[in-house]
Design a protein around this ligand. Structure first.
Ligand SMILES: *[C@@H]1O[C@H](CO)[C@@H](O)[C@H](O)[C@H]1NC(C)=O
Length: 245
């Protein structure tokens, strides 16, 4: 009784397996109208199914179509177009026996692939000011950004954070402290600034004093209320200033 059960079970499993795996036809054959026909090779489609007397008639796929496996298909598939609007470009052109392989455009990465071909691509992220590019984006990964730390800065496009310029070490003074996204700014040292400003002040003083002196001398040369004295002086041919002593 037990042996019979096992035998029945095995028979069922084997016949089921046969149905599933071979589907009634031998390997490299397809079933059509209850008949098994030999498949066409990749790159070819069925023109005429086989008959009792003839084998399958196959013809090559037309241009821009393909079949990438042995089959009983009567139509070839249209080659995939790599859409630039989806960030894609052609990696490998379509052949009769293989579909186009698309890849990401430069500056894009591919988050999703199907049979090795990119289905859509995304632009690499840009790092913000204050961050550096820790890992540049590739065809399959996005850019990795990281924050600047300590006394360093990056405008978002550096591959590492640069240390702030030390103005003092250059003999300059810091006119603007550095930030995470910008360098410090240096100016002239105080000593030089003082020298320059003193020279300017001195020049202004000299100019002012000279102008005042000239005005003063001119006024004395033409005094308003000393007509009498002036005439006396000129009569005696005195020096102008000696008249007033
Ligand atoms: C960052 O600085 C570099 C060189 O100093 C410059 O070429 C680049 O355009 C800057 N990038 C940004 C985002 O400001």
């Amino acid at each position: 009784m037990f042996t019979l059960k096992i035998t029945v079970l095995i028979t069922v499993i084997v016949s089921l397996n046969y149905e599933l795996c071979f589907c009634g036809c031998a390997h490299a054959e397809y079933k059509i109208d209850r008949q098994c026909c030999p498949m066409c090779a990749p790159g070819n489609r069925v023109l005429w199914h086989c008959t009792d007397d003839t084998s399958t008639t196959c013809v090559p796929c037309p241009e821009l179509t393909y079949i990438d496996e042995p089959s009983g298909f009567t139509k070839c598939f249209t080659c995939t177009m790599c859409d630039e609007n989806r960030g894609l470009s052609v990696n490998k052109a379509c052949t009769r026996s293989s579909d186009t392989v698309c890849g990401p455009l430069k500056g894009f990465y591919c988050p999703e692939r199907n049979k090795g071909s990119c289905t859509f691509a995304v632009k690499h992220s840009e790092c913000s000011p204050g961050q550096y590019i820790k890992q540049a984006g590739t065809g399959s990964t996005d850019t990795v950004c990281a924050d600047c730390e300590g006394d360093t800065y990056s405008n978002g496009s550096f591959s590492s954070c640069l240390p702030h310029t030390k103005c003092e070490a250059l003999g300059l003074t810091e006119t603007n402290p550095g930030t995470k996204s910008s360098d410090s700014e240096c100016g002239n040292p105080p000593a030089l600034a003082i020298i320059i400003s003193s020279v300017i002040v001195t020049l202004i003083l000299i100019t002012v004093v000279s102008v005042l002196t000239i005005i003063y001398i001119r006024k004395k040369k033409h005094p308003k209320h000393s007509g009498k004295l002036y005439s006396v002086c000129s009569e005696y041919n005195y020096e102008i200033y000696s008249c007033f002593i």
